[in-house]
Write a protein that binds this ligand. Sequence first.
Ligand SMILES: [Zn+2]
Length: 256
Amino acid sequence: MKIQYIDVHAHMNEEIFDKDRDKILKECEEKGIFIINCSGEPKGNKNSLKLLKYKNVNLCLGIYPIQAAEMIDVEFFKELKFIEENKKSIIGLGEVGLDFYWIKDEAKRQLEIERFKEIIWFANKNRLPLNVHSRNAEKETIAILSKMAHVPVVLHAFGGDVELAKMGAAEGFYFSIAPIIVRSKKHQRLVEALPIQNILTETDSPYLGPSRERNDPRNISLVIEKIAEIKEMETEEVRKQILKNVGGVFSIKLKN
Ligand SMILES: [Zn+2]
């Protein structure tokens, strides 16, 4: 398969794709769309491993911040162990990070932070890049990653302000942009402010689509087109640059 596009953050393991996952992923393969699937809870991590049968899918496994804040110690470390046992099957950790939008309780936020640090330490130890969620906790996420992460970092669906994003870019972090960019001024401003070298593409399928309908990785080309428009670049030039950028983060495993 000749890779044309890389969706660095999608959730094709989710139930909503049970009826037509095969069809969508086959069409993606025909279009040269490669997908890095992310999951973030025990059942999702287990199910995601089944996606390895697809030629155009690689995996990140993780512990989603909301789950991380709710798990007891035994559950959390058991899941980290599961991820470590499947280390050979993955190319990164995700979805991991911080979420202060859903988690408002101060003690739980502290636990989230502690566990995020634990995950970064694990990433460093296993040399796995991080695929990071940072909703309403962008400042804290960037501060912690700047201090601790010794592996490449992708900030997915970044909702923080432009100044903060620039600080992240100065640290060498990457920002993945989803199809919601066609209807979100916030994401458009982010692309405007960031160097093209720090931008990646994602779909976060089934979320963050060009409309409120179920999103899927076939929408990835919309992201490239919008970035090209904002950056006043050729679509083809953007597409190639993004592929190059992905190489700075993930070691994609191609299958025959
Ligand atoms: Zn996600």
